[in-house]
Every structure is written in structure tokens, then in C-alpha cells.
Design a protein around this ligand. Sequence first.
Ligand code: ATP
Ligand code: MG
Length: 364
Amino acid sequence: MKKEKIILTGDRPTGKLHIGHYVGSLKRRVELQNSGAYDKTFIFIADAQALTDNIDNPEKVRQNVIEVALDYLACGLDPEKSTIFIQSQIPELCELTFYYMDLVTVSRLQRNPTVKTEIQMRNFEASIPVGFFTYPISQAADITAFRATIVPVGEDQKPMLEQTNEIVRRFNHIYGETLVEPEILLPEKTACCRLPGTDGKAKMSKSLGNCIYLSDTADEVRQKIMSMYTDPGHIHVQDPGKVEGNTVFTYLDAFCLPEHFSRYLPEYPSLEELKAHYQRGGLGDMKVKKFLNAILQEELEPIRKRRKEFEKDIPSIYKMLQEGCMKARETAAKTLDDVRRAMKINYFEDQALIEEQARRYRGE
Ligand code: ATP
Ligand code: MG
């Protein structure tokens, strides 16, 4: 049988989606969805995972489910082509997680670099919720339940995919070929793998409040760009400036295309020339920021417009999500059946087992 090509990825409803999500995963998903090269696409809102570090703030998670769904639709995810669902509505995922937990050691989880960073970021050190600590295992359940072969995500998800593949290999080794190993799909441009925050911090993240949101107004985007972190040593226009670690240039690396120059900054032939001028001195931050603003506004305007349209009919979005959940559940239930059979915990459907036990007790 030909191996199906299946896409799966998701986001935590801890806030609206930002341009880091967009370049890290969202834009790619839409392209893949529309490419026609994949048999199925599953996109999910990871509310159960969001609760692992927001357990005392369920309202935040609840409110953001619709925000994430609106951002999805605004970016072009299409429920006709992609199954969009909410993680907590698929209880099969919990059961898979529970079985996979036996295949992972505590020390292996402790070595996960993303979990380590996130524990620090949240000041959990001595009081890490078990659910948070084990979320890479639940992520393995999300991925394998849908037999995903491709997972388009940002760089921070690399350790999660490695963990998933270890679980798959261990499971298949012990119980026989059952689960599918997924491949990570990282953005092509390095700047998009982990877009920094507007404050220059290593990662734009909803939890750090250093984001340009896809739903920000044109004014908000402009203001955020104008107050963005650049090179603190570049004080006067004539000073030589650094482009490494300069967030404005990193965003240009992520978003700028050759045609943007003819449209907005015709005096420069390319990004390399613009960078060279900045490094030599004589190019002010304001000019570069205005250029970035023009590019971002062009990219975000159609998204904002589409979002406004979808915002007019919220009940139909919940309905779309509910239908997505029903569809997703059917797929996850099939995988869970296979897992139970492989693990030999399918007692009642195993007529041979029942008869064998009966014969044994009849002394045959
Ligand atoms: P939280 O702070 O709640 O973890 P987040 O902003 O990190 O939120 P997630 O929902 O954890 O967002 O991530 C969703 C997807 O977006 C993942 O594939 C992740 O790799 C990607 N992503 C998140 N932030 C960035 C970023 N700054 N650059 C590139 N990709 C990102
Ligand atoms: Mg995150």
C-alpha cells in the first residue's frame, strides 16, 4: 500500500497568533494545503497543552481558541481542505499519551532543551507540573494519532519531533510495526526558524509579550516597528551599525523579497547592499524601519481584511471546529484501536484469546 502523505501541526491557544507563527509554520501550512501534494492535513488548537502551564487560567485558554481559529482562517487555512480541531475534544490522545509514558524515561525528558528553556521562562524550577514536564509525550500522541508524515513547525519543536520518533521506534520494536515516524519541516530561511521578539529577545512568544500579532491594526504594527530593538551602538546616522542581532534586519531576512526594493526602496538593488550601507555608516534606523513597515503592511493587510470577514459569523466557526473534531476523532480512534491490538489490550475483540482461556480451564 502506498504510504499516505499526511500533514499535522498546531498552536497553543495562549494568545493571538503572531508573525513568528506565520513565518515559522502558518504560511508554509497554507502553501502545503493548497499544493495538492498531500493526502490529508490536520491542524489543531492545543488547548490541553496550553492548560499544562495555565491551569489556574482556564479562561485565557478558552478565549483564545476562537482567536487562533480566526487567525487560521485569515491566513488561508481552509476547512474544506484541512481538518481543523481542538485537542481536548479528542480523548483518544490522552489514552495514547498514557501508554507512551511507559516508553520514556524521566532523565530523557529532563534533557529536552526546549522543555528546559520553557521551565526557566516560566519560573517553574522547583514546582514543575507533571503535565507540563511530560508534554513532549502528549505531543507524540498528537502526531502519531493522525499518522502524520510531515510536521511543519519552528525550530523550537525539533526536540519534540526527536522525542516522537524515539517513541515510535521503541513502540514498533516492542509491539510490532504500528506507528509512523514523522519528519520535521523547518522553514527554509534561518531567520524564520526562530523569529526574535520586537525586544530583541531570542524568540517572539505570546508568553513574553514581544509580538507583532497578525491581527494588530496598521497603526499598532507601525508603532511596534518604530520602537523596535536595533543596534544600541548605532546612535548617529553616520555611525557604522551591526546587522547581526539587529532585529529589524532579522525581520527583513524573514520577509523581504527582491521585488520589495523596486516598490519601496528603489535606490538599493538588494538586501545585501542595504546591509552593507548600514554597516559602513550613513544609513539611519528610521529609513530601514519604514522599509520594513511597508513590507509587513503589504503582507498583513489581506490577512487583517479576511479576519474581519470571518469575525462577522463566529457561531459558524465553532460549528466548523466541532465538525473538525468529529472527523479528527474518527482517525485518532482507528490508530488507538491499532495500538490497543498491538499492545494486546483488546480483550473483547480477541475471540481466539477467549477460546484459548476457556480451553485451558477445561483442561484441554
Ligand atoms: P507559548 O509562549 O504559549 O508557547 P508560542 O508563541 O511559543 O506560545 P506556540 O503555540 O508554542 O507559540 O507555537 C506554535 C508554532 O509556532 C510552533 O510550530 C512553533 O515552532 C512556531 N513558533 C512559535 N514562535 C515562533 C517564532 N518566534 N519563530 C518561528 N516559529 C515560531
Ligand atoms: Mg511555544
